[in-house]
Design a protein. Sequence first.
Length: 415
Amino acid sequence: MHRGSTHILRQAFGEKIEESTLNTLREAADLRSYPSGTIFCRQGEPGDTFFVIVEGHLTATKLTEEGEERLLSILHPGNYFGEMALIDDSPRMATIISATPATVLEFNEVVFNRLLVESPVVATSFLRRVMGDMRSQDGRAIQDLHEKNKELEKAYAELKSAQAELVEKERMEHELELAAEAQRDLLPGELPNYSSYSFAAYQTPARIVGGDFYDVIDLDDDHLGLLLADVADKGLHAALFMAVTRTLFRREAQQSLSPSEVALAVHYGMLDIAPDHDSFVTAFYGVLHRPSGKLTYVRAAQERPLLVRQGQPVSRLPGEGRFLGMLRELSLEEYSIRLRDGDRLLMFSDGVPDAVNQQDEAYGNDRLVQAISRSSYLHADELAQFIKEDVALWSDGAAQFDDLTLLILEVGSSE
């Protein structure tokens, strides 16, 4: 018998065990050595052997209900396992594998049961250790249940929170859809056509709702207003501010044929409605005298409209001016140009030149001028479609970060 077996047996069955009993245990046990990786018992399988570790280290693992292998413990010299199979013929509760070369004392079921009957000291010590182990296992099981319960409570709380966020997200998306529908209703459903003047427009917001807007306003028998503006914001707030600004422009346009007077009135109206707000609006607003073709306009920090005139390079309309809103002091200078038959005037928001491709390169004003030069023969609606497709081709699926809006006036076309 291994020289350390006496010490090991005292660890397993108690220090007070008698020498004669130890001798009986030693004689009843088989001392065997195994290489690392030996499977001593497998979870769920029957067993009829009780083991006491003399040398080496073994691992106890268990397959969970989720199919994951869980390490229960590392067994050291003096530890024992396999006792429950001897008590109630239950299948192995864990898989035991040697992590190092191991030496063990092995008791088969017949021998060990005889020892328990013939030696009350062995029986008492064994049962005491088994009960202690069972209490420890119960304690660990209860602790595991507490931990799992905490995890379930946390998961339930996270699920409730996620569900609440989903409900809120769906509510917000529904409200944004309603806002987008209302915003679309504010834009002209069909642009008017006049004798010798026709229009085309295109718009796509970067989000469900946007801040760009355009309009063609019938002022009187001889005059009409042209408007393209951009609220410096995104989302729902931009949509609300867009609606307010458009209403102000439409109201003030009926009061004066002077573009600067109208734009200034809108500017001060914005400040009266939201004096402490940081939002501002860039705009191009012009009044066209239809009999003469004279267009008088102001440019409040909006992109310079492009004039396409047959036989001439594409040109940008002159004009300077600061944005509307936010800062009270403002002066706007009026400019004018006389349009001719065949002219096309392209008004656009900064979402056109600022559109980027997959390499984060901007479409740019120069590329827009080149695109218009290639398509100067197209009518207004065809030109709007061509620019839309050219920007989309350049973007190549890259995310749109700003609203994209076009308003095109063509001179010399009539229905």
